[in-house]
Design a protein around this ligand. Structure first.
Ligand code: 5AD
Length: 348
């Protein structure tokens, strides 16, 4: 029965593929509820009732890649490309800090033009001025660059695997290699970066079995932060006509991933908050998630960072999310944990 499977997934070092698949395939409302309650208990036991905030700044939407699902793919000539200047980014940092947030995620497309020394300089400026954890989310780069930025003070790196199914990965990322992506993650881990990754749910060609393997991947690679979001079709992509990821399946993935990975930090993703009625991030927070990511990108740029359409609160002024999120969190009987929220994994 469900209870026995839940216990097995929770206690196993590497949960069984069939057990994970079984949980992801639950249809009965009471059984799904049992899954969510179990995940919520694991979340409380492992990371507590605090919800961590990570301020995100999307500083450039240039991208060299051709991902079949993403609106920032280089073939999309309909969007205006931008790259923020140091001063603009530093102004966002001031806002983040004034909202009491202790982590910033610096995200961009996978830029060919990104100058490693430019970013190094920015890291120096940030670390000099603020006591804040910095997460980089810039895609695959050379070892030298990873090393340089680590030495300049970068604490964490977010590199989503998107899917751990090599065949599907390489179909959706025509010019990329699955093995290279995994290699980057491992390299980053060995350099002492706290590792973030994640996947999408509802990709064209994705099966329950491939989602189950994503969960195993997160366990195997000792990922410390895991973001799981629904696929949302974008008109300027090859997947324009494919359906949105299923909100319930995203929540089941969140729940199973929490149970299997135990003490990870898991955001209720903005993509999830952009689908369905009401704010589905509340649902994710109730079945395993413990992180929210307020957006601090200036409005004029935020609109241009269109990975998928209909992004939540895209017209809200910069930083407005912060106060809103505090209310959200209180409304479900939780509280904002104003800590940095470093990894709870040990790597030895
Ligand atoms: N729908 C939902 N999420 C997407 N991402 C990229 N394209 C889409 C899409 N069409 C996610 C990926 C990426 C993150 C920045 O946004 O997981 O890593």
């Amino acid at each position: 029965d469900v209870r026995a499977v839940l216990n097995r997934v929770y206690t196993a070092d590497m949960p069984d593929l069939r057990d994970i698949e079984y949980l992801l395939s639950l249809e009965d409302a009471d059984q799904i509820d049992e899954l969510y309650k179990f995940a919520d208990n694991v979340r409380r036991e492992q990371v507590g009732d605090g919800v961590l905030l990570r301020g995100i700044v999307e500083f450039s939407n240039y991208c060299r890649n051709t991902c079949a699902y993403c609106g920032l793919n280089k073939y999309n000539k309909q969007i205006r490309r931008y790259r923020m200047a140091h001063d603009e980014i530093m102004a966002c940092l001031d806002k983040i800090v004034s909202c009491n947030t202790k982590t910033v995620v610096l995200q961009s497309g996978e830029e060919d033009e990104l100058d490693a020394a430019w970013l190094q300089d920015l890291l120096f400026k940030i670390k000099d001025k603020h006591d804040i954890a910095v997460t980089l989310s810039l895609g695959e780069r050379s070892d030298q660059e990873f090393e340089m930025w680590r030495n300049a003070g970068a604490d964490r790196y977010l590199l989503k695997i998107e899917t751990s199914d090599k065949q599907l990965y390489e179909k959706l990322h025509p010019e990329m290699s699955f093995d290279r992506r995994v290699e980057c993650l491992r390299k980053l881990g060995s350099m002492g970066y706290q590792l973030g990754s994640g996947c999408m749910v509802g990709l064209k060609g994705q099966t329950t079995a491939s989602l189950a393997r994503d969960v195993q991947f997160f366990v195997r690679e000792k990922i410390a932060m895991i973001g799981i979001g629904p696929f949302i079709p974008h008109s300027q992509t090859e997947c324009a006509n494919h359906a949105c990821g299923d909100v319930e399946l995203v929540c089941k993935m969140t729940a199973v991933t929490r149970i299997a990975t135990k003490n990870t930090h898991m955001p209720a993703t903005t993509a999830l908050g952009s689908l369905g009625n009401g704010d589905m991030r509340l649902k994710a927070l109730a079945c395993g998630a413990n992180v929210l990511m307020p957006n601090f990108t200036p409005v004029e740029y935020k609109k241009l960072y269109e990975i998928y359409p209909g992004k939540r609160c895209v017209n809200e002024p910069t930083g407005a999310c912060s106060g809103c999120m505090e209310k959200m969190v209180k409304s479900i009987g939780r509280y904002v944990d104003w800590a940095r929220g470093d990894t709870l994994k040990s790597y030895n």
